[in-house]
Write a protein that binds this ligand. Structure first.
Ligand SMILES: [Zn+2]
Length: 309
């Protein structure tokens, strides 16, 4: 069974940085976010290697290998995302993780109702083939998926195809809403997006109590990446190559899809605390009303400190 490391978390939790360093491990293959929903215009999208996506030799090899298994890769619709839009079956498969009662209903629908069962089986099989071919082309046996989405993690786990080690990457909620604010000034909406995703990640933990999951605070990782990497690699059952992962490596999986920071491969790992300058007193008051308790779950205090890990 293939080992699969999955990074779960909110948008802007810092997963691209963690992916970048893990991608240098000699046994970890990755393309970043395999759900491939972050490509706005694939014809003008730059692969992490710097080439245009459609011109990248790695993706051409993967597409060719998948075609030999009967899977045509369409970069406009990769087919690996457990989607929520479209027909009822798609909405059942792709809806966000709920409580255990509703998840039992989803399970029953995906087992007993043929349209949902077929939709789920098709996406599971497509993911399996694409993951196998990416690992083959990169000649690395362990796959790292930085999709972050809890629903996707649940389906990958339940597919039974993988030996999964999940990393729940958390970050101070104020840093996350400050990143959202750069694109959307509506802070109520930004706080709501963060809060909903945190609650979904917490539900996932309850729905999959046997999932091997490690919680990692982004800030702790940035303060001591050597130690953080060693702990993650031990959890994943891999050789501690943390020194190699922190510098240039001939083993690097470069063809990463996702946040634009994937294109800044040589930038140093450092903790930049921008949110105090980006958030107003009103933003912080709104956050404290809605998010204080949730943020405290991970040790983040209202004064901006964090408890020791
Ligand atoms: Zn590439």
């Amino acid at each position: 069974m293939r080992k699969l490391i999955y990074i779960m978390g909110c948008a802007h939790c810092g997963s691209t940085l963690l992916t970048r360093v893990l991608a240098r491990h000699s046994r970890i293959a990755t393309v970043g976010e395999l759900k491939m929903s972050a490509i706005p215009d694939y014809r003008n999208y730059q692969c992490g290697c710097g080439a245009e996506l459609l011109e990248c030799s790695f993706w051409k090899q993967v597409a060719h290998a998948c075609a030999e298994e009967g899977v045509e890769l369409d970069f406009g619709n990769f087919g690996t995302h457990y989607r929520t839009n479209g027909c009822l079956a798609g909405r059942i498969v792709g809806a966000q993780v709920r409580g255990s009662g509703l998840e039992s209903l989803r399970n029953a629908a995906c087992t007993l109702w043929p349209p949902a069962a077929r939709a789920l089986a098709r996406i599971n099989q497509r993911n399996k083939i694409v993951i196998d071919k990416i690992c083959e082309v990169l000649r690395k046996p362990v796959f790292l998926d930085d999709s972050k989405d809890p629903t996707r993690l649940m389906h990958l786990y339940r597919s039974g195809h993988y030996d999964i080690r999940a990393i729940y990457l958390v970050r101070d909620g104020r840093a996350i809403i400050a990143s959202h604010k750069k694109r959307n000034p509506d802070m109520r909406a930004n706080i709501r997006v963060w809060e909903m995703k945190i609650r979904e990640c917490e539900r996932l933990r309850k729905v999959l109590p046997n999932l091997q999951l490690m919680e990692v605070r982004y800030e702790d990782f940035c303060r001591d990446p050597r130690r953080g990497l060693a702990e993650i690699l031990t959890f994943a059952g891999l050789d501690d190559q943390s020194e190699r992962c922190l510098g240039p490596s001939g083993h690097e999986s470069q063809h990463v899809i996702g946040h634009n920071s994937r294109l800044q491969a040589d930038s140093p790992i450092e903790l930049r605390t921008e949110w105090p300058a980006l958030l107003t007193a009103q933003d912080l008051a709104s956050f404290e009303r809605c998010g204080r308790e949730l943020n405290a779950l991970y040790g983040y205090e209202p004064d901006g400190t964090a408890t020791a890990s």
